[in-house]
Design a protein around this ligand. Structure first.
Ligand code: NAD
Ligand code: UD1
Length: 360
């Protein structure tokens, strides 16, 4: 079957949290991968960890997608069959403070990437979108027909990128894209070698819980217990990052088969409250998680969870890993790496990987 052939895949942002896990799934499927990353929000150390997991050198190019000339050179050096595009800035709060930086990084980078893909005749793209494009949903579960409406500049960049890609697909019938709307990715690779390593104070709840369990933070602040949800705390659709990683592999197969373009939700379809998450984590880790209820966080909504049935129908994909596995694997990563990858400081950061490097 054509979809079973192996490909050379450019993974933009492949050193990041979801990108690195997806690299393991791509390698397992037999694809050759080339990572392109500027390490703005990741550590070059992930490359050696990846190499240990996949058992082979991991090729990586240090570059910023905002540099058109660097992206052009990248496509001259390699013959890619497809691209998976994770590279973006993603912190909602920061995006309010630095909207220009978010638009510049996310949109300009994507324009350069799409331009080079088109020039090089690379016509298959898997794109990281987000449930953030649904804003405050009118009802749950959310399906792909739901009204789109963003509530922050980061979300707006995701929506603009989705639209840009859609316009490109219309303009060129040979260009195929899979637009994957992730809900709340958590957990880590079962080896404990790679995982989520947020810089500074975590914005998202799971890494925060992990750092409380590890003793790096005193207690979790739960943002509101007066939502119209069963226990009053916010409800989200947490999805194991390895299930998410596998979805990229099947989406790529779908594009390679030529079955058309795709926009799908990636979630479990099950809403979990913050308190449920805390208790599941305590059971999986054996650690107690002290918490206090504080005011709601600006911009938060009560309940967000997916209707993932379209992904099941089109891709034959469904989640396999439950909440216990998400908590267990997140905790394994955290306890094996209490300080994450221990990123180099800004000063040392420029040296470990020059402009081009293959980790051997
Ligand atoms: P991440 O920050 O861990 O990974 C993104 C990677 O892209 C990082 O390694 C970063 O250094 C790199 N990068 C950013 N800008 C770049 C540029 N201009 N040039 C080259 N590299 C660049 O984030 P993640 O959690 O792995 O998210 C991956 C993608 O998924 C992002 O597009 C994000 O918006 C989307 N997403 C994430 C979540 C989530 O909860 N993590 C949810 C929905 C969608
Ligand atoms: C956030 C982003 C969203 C992004 C998603 C995944 C906002 C407003 N939205 O969503 O755009 O796609 O992350 O990266 O930031 N919570 C606490 N205490 C904490 C942290 C969170 O109680 O310290 C609660 C939140 O109120 C929410 C739930 O935990 O109810 C999940 O929060 P979080 O992990 O930040 O994800 P989202 O808010 O869904």
């Amino acid at each position: 079957m054509a979809g079973q052939t192996t490909k050379c895949v450019l993974v933009c942002g492949g050193a990041g949290y979801i990108g690195s896990h997806t690299c393991t799934a791509l390698a397992e499927r037999g694809h050759r991968i080339v990572i392109a990353d500027n390490f703005a929000n990741s550590s070059p150390r992930v490359l050696l960890r990846l190499q240990r997991i996949v058992g082979a050198p991991v090729e990586c190019e240090r570059l910023d997608l905002r540099s058109k000339s660097a992206v052009t050179r990248l496509f001259k050096r390699h013959r890619f069959d497809a691209v998976i595009h994770f590279a973006a800035l993603k912190a909602v709060g920061e995006s309010f403070e630095r909207p220009l930086a978010y638009f510049d990084n996310n949109i300009s980078g994507t324009i350069n990437l799409l331009g080079s893909m088109h020039d090089a005749g690379v016509m298959r793209l898997v794109f990281s979108s987000s449930a953030t494009v649904y804003g405050d949903p009118e009802s749950v579960p959310i399906n792909e027909q739901a009204r789109l409406g963003v509530t922050n500049p980061y979300g707006r960049t995701k929506l603009v990128m989705e639209q840009l890609i859609e316009d490109l697909c219309h303009a060129d019938g040979c260009f195929r894209a899979a637009n994957l709307r992730y809900f709340n990715p958590v957990g880590a690779h079962p080896s404990g070698l790679i995982g989520e390593d947020p810089a500074g104070i975590p914005n998202n709840v799971m890494p925060y819980i992990c750092q409380v369990a590890a003793g790096r933070r005193g207690k979790l602040s739960i943002f509101g217990d007066d939502y119209p949800t069963p226990d009053g705390t916010g409800v989200r659709d947490y999805i194991h990052v390895m299930d998410l990683a596998r979805a990229h592999v099947v989406a790529l197969d779908y594009l390679v088969r030529g079955d058309g373009n795709l926009t799908v939700n990636l979630g479990t379809g099950r809403g979990i409250s913050v308190l449920e998450l805390v208790h599941a984590f305590e059971r999986a880790s054996g650690c107690s998680i002290p918490y206090e209820i504080v005011a709601r966080r600006r911009g938060d909504v009560a309940e967000v969870y997916a209707d993932p049935s379209l992904a099941r129908r089109l891709l034959g994909w469904r989640t396999r890993l439950d909440l216990h596995a998400m908590c267990r694997d997140a905790w394994r990563w955290q306890s094996m790496n209490p300080d994450g990858y221990q990123r180099p400081t800004a000063k040392t950061k420029s040296s470990p990987l020059a402009s081009r490097k293959t980790m051997t």
